[in-house]
Unconditional design. Sequence first.
Length: 301
Amino acid sequence: DLKSQSHEVDFLNKTTFLNKENNFQILFSTPNFNQFSETEYQYQLIGIYDQWSDWSRQSNVTFSNLPHGDYTFKVRSRIGNILSENEEIYSFSIDKPWYLSNLAWVIYVFSFIIFSILVHHIYKRYYTKLREKQLENAQKEIRLKDLENKQQKMYFENEKLVQDIESKNRELAISTMSIIKKNEFLNIIKDELSSGTANDHVQKVIKIIDKNINNEDDWKFFEEAFNNADKDFMKKLKNNHPDLTSNDLRLCAYLRLNLTSKEIAPLLNISPKSVEVKRYRLRKKMNLPHEDSLTDYILGL
């Protein structure tokens, strides 16, 4: 008996198998009328196992994943020490896989010819475009030489502009820190006076200090320096958020300098906690999501 791919095959009528039908189990037997002698079998598969197998009592053999080709299976038996004169022979073949068939080779050859024609056409187009590119590059080189002087001039102008901006930023930083230090000093004096006996003279001095802390001239000087250093910021801010008040714009300018709430407090003559409240209200006016940083948003404008 012969089984292929889990189904039985009539080996007398079928000698050719598909490539996928390459797993076989062959069963064989010999009548034994002598109950005191054991039957043993020996087989060979010419085409892959050319040597005879060892004698065995097993009456079946399995071959898995046989490659395509022609095979001849032989099996013989012996009962005790007596070798049977009969030797069973079964010849069969396994077809080539589809990719090695004659039709496949015709397709391969045809595809190779088409591919060769296509490659030739591609290379021809490539070298034509290469010549055109070389001509174009020569023309570009002439134009680039004319642009080099203009670019060099622009470079020096940009360098001067950067230096001017850096100079104005330094001036802005110096003026800001000067105002901060002055207001901090005045607040210290104000706190000292407020902690003592409050008479009319002291109250007059405190009012003078408050007037100096809230001096609009300081803000005008700062605003002018800030606009010179960062011309487009206020314009963008007003376009994006037209509802902001002058005090909101002032707070945004300080945040643009990446100042902390503690540093901003003396500039506005309020406590750091009050600065945090102003920042919170500013966030709401700008409709910023809770997870977005107000400072990062302002620095990114």
